[in-house]
Design a protein around this ligand. Structure first.
Ligand code: GDP
Length: 332
């Protein structure tokens, strides 16, 4: 195990905005080692009073829609206003390729050299959705380090959008014109979650199609029930490449923030996100403990086979495994 600093060192370093210490602290948060978990939990407790002051933005869209190009353009706009920006990327492919960490850094070339910006790509810990838990904690660390805007990027895969929606204030969906909804892997639920939809690549020959898409999605959004925040979701077009429409999107985000603050929704939303976080943590911990039990591990494969072959009903199989879990618990 690498040498660790004291809690006090981490805390002071983070509060002073020291990025090296911040990065080290995030690594501890992401670590699975028991000792590190304890350190992480104490550290989070220590920095808690300095958290909560950022604007948290979630950005999603299918691979190729232009997320990194867009985040770079929006990020440069945000830092040009003198704001400190942290970008947290969640990359489900990193587990498979094992090498996207560097890849991610170079994806946002300009931003990575911007003194006001901090980019942290995290390898997705796919097991039991651990990604979400760590990202929430990373957001808190970044806030304590003085970042005023935090962007959480996610590739539109599985449950990741719901998770990111559950930890941010504003959720932006990037889309393309004319690609067809199935092609974009678009689930109605994701559109419904979005506070804004931006049709990217509205440049060159694609401008007219983008304008049409804006119209279509605006109409589609009208069919959805009004969002809890009371904010009417916006649809706009932009070109991340040519950097057009970017400041409009930033202004929409600011308008949202202002209205959600005034109405109290911002605060209320974060309260319910915290509750959800607690329940999620309980679920994950129980699940990890269940699958980690030797008796369960040993029986799992055989039980799986009987369910697949139809010789055992799923509910009975689950009950047998749970019995093993509880029995082992008593034996512990
Ligand atoms: P990601 O996979 O969603 O992160 O997408 P990237 O940002 O890597 O972009 C995918 C490709 O689309 C790259 O070749 C970009 O240069 C291109 N791209 C991104 N934004 C735009 C845009 O606004 N207009 C055009 N024409 N191309 C873009």
């Amino acid at each position: 195990m690498r040498k660790r600093l004291t809690i006090e060192n981490y805390k002071n370093g983070i509060l002073a905005g020291d990025r090296i210490i911040l990065s080290q602290a995030i690594t501890i948060i992401e670590s699975g080692l028991t000792q590190d978990r304890k350190l992480a939990s104490e550290l989070l407790h220590e920095i808690l009073p300095a958290t909560g002051n950022s604007l948290r933005i979630g950005i999603t869209g299918v691979p190729g829609v232009g997320k990194s190009t867009f985040i770079e353009a929006l990020g440069k706009h945000i830092t040009s206003l003198g704001k400190h920006l942290a970008v947290l990327t969640i990359d489900p492919s990193s587990k498979r390729s094992g090498g996207s960490i560097l890849g991610d850094k170079t994806r946002m070339e300009q931003l990575s050299h911007d003194p006001l910006a901090y980019i942290r790509p995290s390898a997705a810990n796919l097991s039991l959705g651990g990604v979400a838990r760590n990202t929430r904690e990373t957001i808190l660390l970044c806030e304590a380090a003085g970042f005023e805007v935090i962007i959480v990027e996610t590739v539109g895969v599985g449950q990741s959008e719901t998770q990111v929606k559950g930890m941010t204030d504003f959720f932006l969906l990037l889309m393309l014109a004319g690609a067809g909804d199935e092609l974009q892997g678009l689930k109605k639920g994701i559109m419904e979650m979005a506070d804004a939809i931006a049709i990217n690549k509205a440049d060159g020959d694609n401008k007219t199609a983008a304008a049409l898409a804006v119209q279509e999605y605006t109409n589609a959004l009208h069919l959805f029930p009004k969002s809890e925040s009371g904010f009417e979701s916006k649809v706009v077009s932009c070109s991340a490449l040519e950097q057009t429409g970017i400041s409009d999107i930033w202004n929409i985000i600011l308008a949202y923030q202002s209205s959600a603050k005034t109405s109290g929704f911002l605060y209320k939303n974060r309260q319910s996100q915290n509750l959800e976080w607690m329940y999620e943590f309980i679920r994950q911990t129980l699940e990890m403990s269940f699958y980690g039990k030797p008796l369960v591990k040993k029986a799992l494969r055989t039980v799986e086979k009987s369910v697949v072959s139809g010789s055992e009903l799923p509910v009975k199989a689950a009950q047998d495994l749970l019995d093993l879990f509880f029995r082992e618990d008593i034996l512990d």
